[in-house]
Design a protein around this ligand. Structure first.
Ligand code: KG4
Length: 394
């Protein structure tokens, strides 16, 4: 089975072409999802176009998806055809199904992907005379199931093409992995999910206000980092763990497994509004040379007070955001006693978070490959395949 997956929910246009490598031994969910080969995937990021506005502009995002999706498909088909030794037309006509992100995201951006999928499916049906369906996929399910895909992922730096090659993996049964406890941390959502099977799950913890990614981004913006602040903040903080500025850790007394980030965000804002450090102004964009110093120097080698302050805020805020996530996740682990745990979503690219989840006392720990953490069509292909081939509807 060949599939095309499309992701246009926010500020990345992403396409992936995959194939399910049939085998006799496709019993468990794990073996099914890992039987997928990603022939080629490409992502066109809009970050530089939104950066000047300090955040995503939905209408601009939708227009850019509409502009980029055609040439991206053309490039994807060309690269995939070379990889498989087929013509582009042969490859296009082999597609059996199109998976497309249809919910959770910016409505106008999602529509571009969905309309494209519908039109392409109509065209392919007319051309080939056989059914080529299109399947709506939930973006968050894409994140959730990305951690179960543990094939080797390779990036070709010249073309930007991402693909997978197979490796021998442990043969986990469903009983080995489920029940599974999952930490999904993305730009708009923070959830702890309890999966009794690949088809059945409940959200047992969530943010009661801001998502962790949103908090990273907003604090990044306050200290003058470019968009997306979370990525910059994480690079500046590195894996140093210290709450140097004593920022508050919320939900300490909570009975639930929820998290909350508005207290931290407000504390950082008040702290920065009150600071008298010379040269610092809240939300004033730092210069390239200031960013370079912050990225390349440890705290004790930064001489300028303003940059010292920014570094201290980055290290402290990251420490608190991650401490709260890990603390609530550990409490949920103790309560639910899962067979496996998982981590996914844009914030799961954070090295400190990855390290802390990896070190939890349980095996297996399934962490999404770094290439699958941000918005990408590969995860939409994985979640779409789960929906249609495992016949599962949560
Ligand atoms: O999963 P994603 O692409 O968005 C949604 O699906 O909502 O995640 C984007 C979020 C942004 O908030 C971005 O700042 C954050 O993930 N992010 C990070 C890191 N890389 C991306 N946050 C902390 N550390 C990182 N290394």
């Amino acid at each position: 089975m060949f599939f095309l997956a499309i992701e246009t929910s926010c500020d990345e246009t992403s396409l992936a072409l995959g194939q399910v490598v049939e085998s006799q031994n496709l019993g468990s969910f794990w073996s099914k999802i890992n039987s997928i080969e990603i022939i080629a995937a490409l992502t066109s990021s809009q970050v530089s176009q939104h950066e000047i506005f300090g955040g995503v502009v939905p209408e601009l995002g939708a227009r850019l998806h509409a502009e980029n999706i055609h040439w991206l498909l053309e490039k994807l088909l060309n690269l995939a055809a070379i990889r498989l030794g087929l013509t582009v037309q042969d490859l296009l006509f082999r597609i059996n199904i199109i998976f497309v992100t249809a919910e959770v995201g910016l409505v106008s951006a999602l529509r571009v992907g969905v309309e494209f999928a519908k039109s392409l499916s109509y065209f392919l049906e007319k051309q080939t005379g056989r059914k080529v369906g299109w399947q709506p996929v939930n973006h968050l399910e894409g994140h959730l199931f990305s951690c179960f895909y543990q094939q080797v992922i390779i990036t070709d730096e010249t073309t930007g093409m991402v693909c997978s090659t197979r490796q021998s993996l442990p043969s986990f049964t469903d009983e080995d992995l489920f029940p599974h406890l999952h930490l999904l941390v993305s730009g708009g959502n923070t959830q702890i999910l309890w999966l009794t099977s690949p088809n059945q799950w409940t959200i047992v913890g969530r943010t009661i206000d801001d998502a962790a990614g949103e908090c990273f981004d907003k604090i990044g913006r306050m200290v003058g980092l470019p968009y997306p602040g979370g990525v910059w903040l994480s690079q500046i903080a590195g894996d140093q763990e210290a709450n140097l500025l004593n920022f508050p850790l919320s939900m300490r007394q909570a009975e639930s497994f929820d998290v909350s980030y508005s207290g931290l965000k407000t504390a950082v804002r008040y702290f920065l509004q009150k600071t008298t450090v010379p040269g610092f102004k809240i939300e004033q964009l730092l210069t390239k040379s200031e960013l370079n110093i912050l990225l390349n120097s440890p705290l004790d080698q930064i001489l300028e007070p303003k940059l010292q302050l920014v570094k201290q805020v980055c290290v402290s805020a990251q420490t608190v955001i991650i401490e709260q996530l890990v603390r609530q996740f550990k409490r949920a682990m103790a309560h639910y006693q899962p067979k496996s745990i998982g981590l996914s979503g844009g914030v799961s690219a954070n090295p400190l978070l990855r390290k802390k989840i990896q070190s939890l006392n349980i095996k297996p720990v399934l962490i999404a490959h770094p290439k699958l953490t941000g918005d990408n069509a590969i995860m939409i292909g994985l979640a779409g395949y789960r929906l249609v081939n495992l016949n599962c509807n949560n």
